[in-house]
Design a protein around this ligand. Sequence first.
Ligand SMILES: Cc1ncc(COP(=O)(O)O)c(C=O)c1O
Ligand SMILES: [Zn+2]
Length: 418
Amino acid sequence: MPSFSYRYACVRCATPQTWGAIRYRCHVCGQNLRIQRKANANAPSATDIVTAFQESETEGMWRYVALLPVEAHWGSRLRVGGTPLIDCGDDGGVRLRIKDEARNPSGSLKDRATELVLAIAKSVGCKGAVTASTGNAGASLACIAASQAMAATVVVPASTPLAKLAQIRAYGANVCEIGGTYDDAFEIAERMADDTLVCCRNTGVNPFTREGKKTCAYEIAEAMAWRVPDWVIVPTGDGNILSGIAAGFLDLFALGITSGIPRLMAAQADSSDSIARDWTAHDETMALPVSPTAVAPNTVADSLSVSRPRDHFAALHALRATRGTCVVVNDECIAAASRTLAQHFGLWYEPSTAAGYAALQMGVASGCIPSGADVVLLGTGSGLKSPQSFNGVAEPLAVLPDCRAPGDDGRLHRGTCP
Ligand SMILES: Cc1ncc(COP(=O)(O)O)c(C=O)c1O
Ligand SMILES: [Zn+2]
């Protein structure tokens, strides 16, 4: 008998739904599903689980297969996860560590979700997958699908940064660029997956996206010798990283592996702040809102740019369960934070991560994060993915004076300028 059994349950009404095929939405209320783990009689103890992690010969996120809802390691070719937790020392009075998710195969944390989604998809006989994307989920799907000889289709808005689009195309995915927004792309991708042989990887709607992202929380706790940080800062758009990280820490706590849960700080861009709005409008005594407040995003942080977050309910629930909070930052703060991260720590991330760092600075300044706190910032994606946004945030280049001597032919001559 396996140590754990799994089933789907609605994130909102908790209606259970049977295990087996991939399920996407609650058949009662239409909300996203979560995956529930139930310990069987032969379930290992917390110590046995940790020993299994330590003795695992597998690299990256598959070290945690004992807690993943898939039978066995699926023959991953790329190393997903196993990313470093970089100790940045004291930063403005807090002890800062950055989880460097840019080291994943396609350069973002999304690979954890895709790796698990495709492992499950392959196990139920899917030949390919489709996703909507602001860029990174698509690059991730294209990358991991290529490594498994699976077909990938990515639906992107026309605003997708060129580097991300190039990445998706380089891996050979079928790209559908649409005239509309990410929100439109989301619905189109869902319709395109209307076939049991095509898996829909859409963030949040596919419950395994959240499940894969849990492994990032497992790694953070393991790197800290199963202590948890006081705060984890999570750049937030759809809210799926937020709900995944919360679920990972809640798992470890429920299994008795850790003795606490970190508080989560969701960092949103000020024009893409649906979760922050709904968070502040609903205090502890109120039921969480069923549908998100729609906003009109226009931010340099393209990965956070969503009108109606697709894992909204689970994200708000994650904030409640972790006594978390939301911080909203503007593009100017994101630009300054991007430079500081690169120039103080040698870590160049895309603007979404910089939004997280800006939120941390605001949290420290307001006293929400106390001095001396242990803080982990999720470095969710590489700066190489959105270089165009850096041009907008960097100081203008200093142009050298004309080095040509009179009569020079204007061709490039190597040498020292006078
Ligand atoms: C690099 C990066 N950071 C943060 C996010 C936000 O994650 P979520 O949409 O799950 O809130 C994304 C989503 O695309 C991303 O690609
Ligand atoms: Zn439901």
